[in-house]
Design a protein around this ligand. Structure first.
Ligand code: NAD
Length: 335
């Protein structure tokens, strides 16, 4: 890649793609086109010097327009959120297939060199995730397929698109399966937020109101691993530029497994507070356990996401705390 080759990043008004734009800008890339369907004032991050377009990429014409002249396309646009969103709005999640379907076709005809699709650990067979003491998921565990309803099936099907565009048409495609990403500039309120941000907000709220209580979704014993945003950006770059990973699903996630109760312990330590916990057992909770088996990524890249959870949560907590204060003061915030 030359530093002035055009990079197109979709979903750039959201969390991960917004961070990716910043990552490439800081690496010296000067020709970045950022696209999101949200109106520009609602983007989580805007970066001066980046061409920012507000366009709905489920429309074919818009996809053809945005990839014109691109060397690389990173598709991170999707209608998604935490468990509260993906269990309730399965149709919206499934409809994201339109984005990838049009964008990959347009990229092929535009002569794009490399195409990236952000897949998810929700593509894995849910029957392997029924125990909190879960065996970490390796790449082959997606098949036989029994993905998360709606969201997971869209990811699995779009992965297959990516694989066949390589097999049949020679387009170099890349498709890591992200495991729960968290960090500053992620959604923290409003219904689409994920567990780390939602729990930070609840702790901050409990401190601010003096309630002394926190409500958790599920029994708190469900387990997950959480990847810090900087590891995610770096992993995307490493995977996209590794020819051994063309058309190959690969885990991109942390392998530090914690229960939701343990995650709350960490946030309480950061916030210097101890709260009484109640458990909402009928709330969306997702699978019982999920972790990332990083054997493959370590073998191929000699690297894995490695920011300690405590360190990443510290930064995330303080950022949300500031957002909370800003909102209270009537200032603009992202959620
Ligand atoms: P996000 O919701 O913050 O960002 C997604 C962006 O896509 C949003 O800004 C949204 O407006 C945009 N978008 C939705 N529909 C669009 C359309 N039709 N046209 C143009 N833009 C559209 O989510 P995120 O956390 O940044 O996730 C980015 C990608 O990573 C998604 O594909 C998501 O499925 C995947 N992923 C994320 C996680 C995670 O933990 N955050 C985990 C696994 C996979």
């Amino acid at each position: 890649m030359n530093k002035d080759d055009l990079i197109v990043i979709t979903g750039a008004g959201g969390f991960i793609a917004g961070a990716l734009v910043k990552y490439f800008q800081e690496k010296g890339f000067s020709n970045i086109r950022a696209v999101d369907k949200k109106p520009l004032p609602e983007w989580y991050q805007r970066h001066p010097g980046v061409e920012s377009l507000s366009l709905d990429l489920s429309e074919k014409e818009n996809c053809w327009r945005v990839v014109e002249g691109a060397a690389e396309v990173y598709n991170l646009a999707a209608d998604m959120g935490g468990m509260g969103f993906i269990e309730k709005f399965r149709v919206e999640c499934l409809r994201s297939i339109l984005i990838n379907t049009h964008l990959i076709e347009a990229s092929y005809w535009a002569g794009v060199d490399r195409y990236f699709f952000s897949s998810s650990a929700c593509a894995y067979n849910t029957e392997l995730q029924e125990d909190p003491n879960v065996r970490a998921l390796k790449e082959s565990d997606a098949y036989p397929a029994m993905a998360e309803r709606g969201y997971g099936w869209e990811k699995l099907m779009s992965e297959i698109f990516c694989q066949e565009y390589w097999a049949e048409r020679g387009l170099k495609t890349f498709m890591p399966r992200f495991h729960n990403v968290y960090g500053p500039f992620g959604t923290w309120d409003g219904g689409r937020e994920k567990a780390p941000a939602a729990l930070c907000r609840k702790v901050i709220q409990a401190k601010a109101t003096g309630s002394g209580e926190i409500e958790l979704w599920g029994d708190g014993k469900q387990t997950r691993s959480f990847m810090y945003i900087d590891d995610c950006s770096q992993g995307i770059d490493r995977i996209m530029h590794c020819d051994d990973l063309i058309a190959t699903p690969i885990n991109l996630g942390s392998s530090q497994l914690v229960s939701i109760n343990e995650l709350v312990d960490i946030i309480e330590q950061i916030a210097d507070v101890k709260l009484k916990r109640s458990y909402k057992l009928d709330a969306p909770r997702g699978v019982a356990g999920r972790n990332s088996d990083n054997t493959f990524i370590k073998k191929i890249l000699g690297w894995e996401p490695n920011t300690p959870l405590r360190e990443g949560m510290e930064k995330t907590y303080h950022w949300i705390d500031q957002q909370y204060a800003d909102r209270k003061a009537g200032k603009r915030t992202i959620s």
